[in-house]
Design a protein around this ligand. Structure first.
Ligand code: GLA
Length: 353
């Protein structure tokens, strides 16, 4: 079989964190940082993947326990292979070379990009055609199989379904996706705090379980269905309800080209993630402050929190200056080494022809 190449982007989430697994709304965009898999078919029923000089080798039918695959990144291969086997993929092996420009541990969904790119290569080799949402669901399941993290659907779905020049308004209950074009003259900046996400595994699962318990106490299927009155005394649930509203308001503000309004919603979201949902860190708080002080319309942590990155929106002709000023101020203040990414919204995953 000839060489085939597949790409899948990372993402930055503009609004709606810790809402996806509560069946709520999110507003992410796929970014110009991606994972690329170059694959050829093998006839011995093995999936043999190479990345940065290391090799992972798993059974193409999904017999190998994903969480036990070595090296560590190979767990994702094991997870994707098993999730696709459960969806009827023929156990055809591949040789795969994997490269990625999505920084790992940054909160920009390097693992979702990896899973989706590998899934496309495996589907192609095994002649399996899946709907976009089903590829995303398989990769979400792969993440859980690989790491035990009960993540939501956002990262994988935007990596599959992203649209150039737009964010996606996703209803995580129905998986309906609407594009929200970014207004002219706006730039999206992600800044990695230089702190990897350490607490992620335990605290993420803990927050999710607490949200599910809150919904059960209210007799609801998910916090998506709660009103503000019902959750006013419970900070975790209150974050979810107010954040869902902010997603819809941010989508409306961006459609109206009202960047000031969108920026104010970013600031309110960060405060809610910090004070109500308690997933921020002193570093993320400092970065948000410095970005706003440097002239961004607004900034907030993006993704799970506990480290990783923040996202800001600002006037596009000031993006370089605002990113550099904020990064320098943050580095001096917190003694950390930040990385600035001015992000372009790109199309979702696919074959490279
Ligand atoms: C991680 C998960 C997502 C989502 C975010 C928080 O990125 O993978 O599903 O829950 O955290 O919004």
């Amino acid at each position: 079989m000839a060489l085939r190449r597949f790409r899948a982007p990372g993402r930055v989430n503009l609004m709606g964190d810790h809402t996806d697994y509560n069946e709520g709304f999110v507003l992410p965009m796929a970014i110009d940082r991606e994972c690329v898999v170059t694959a050829t078919r093998r006839d011995d029923g093995r999936v043999h993947a190479r990345s940065r000089g290391e090799t992972a080798d798993v059974d193409a039918a999904g017999a190998d326990e994903p969480s036990a695959v070595v090296p560590e990144w190979g767990r994702y291969i094991g997870g994707v292979v098993r999730a696709l086997a459960a969806r009827g993929r023929a156990p055809v092996g591949i040789d795969a070379e994997i490269e990625s420009s999505v920084p790992a541990g940054s909160g920009l969904s390097s693992s979702a990009a990896f899973e989706v790119a590998v899934a496309l290569a495996l589907c192609d080799a095994g002649a399996l055609t899946l709907e976009a949402t089903e590829v995303a669901r398989a990769c979400q399941e792969a993440e859980r199989l690989a790491t035990g993290v009960p993540s939501g659907i956002m990262d994988q779905l935007v990596s599959v379904a992203g649209v150039a020049g737009a964010a996606l308004l996703i209803d995580c209950r129905t998986l309906d996706v609407e594009r929200v074009p970014l207004p002219d003259g706006i730039a999206v900046i992600a800044v990695h705090s230089g702190m990897p996400r350490t607490l992620e595994t335990s605290a993420y699962a803990e927050r999710r379980a607490a949200c599910e318990a809150a919904a059960r106490r209210l007799g609801l299927r998910a916090l998506r269905d709660a009103t503000l009155d019902q959750v006013s005394g419970d900070p975790l649930a209150r974050h979810v309800v107010t954040e869902d509203a902010r997603v819809l308001e941010t989508a409306a503000a961006l459609r109206d080209g009202d960047c000031e309004r969108a920026g104010a919603l970013f600031s309110a979201s960060h405060a809610s993630l910090r004070d109500d949902f308690r997933v921020s860190t002193p570093e993320l708080d400092a970065l948000v402050e410095e970005l706003e002080r440097a002239g961004a319309y607004g900034a907030r942590l993006t993704g799970a929190g506990f480290g990783g990155a923040v996202v800001a929106i600002c006037a596009s002709d000031r993006a370089g200056e605002i990113g550099a000023t904020a990064a320098a101020a943050y580095a001096g203040r917190m003694r950390r080494d930040p990385t600035v990414f001015v992000c372009i919204a790109v199309d979702g995953a696919g074959a490279i022809v």
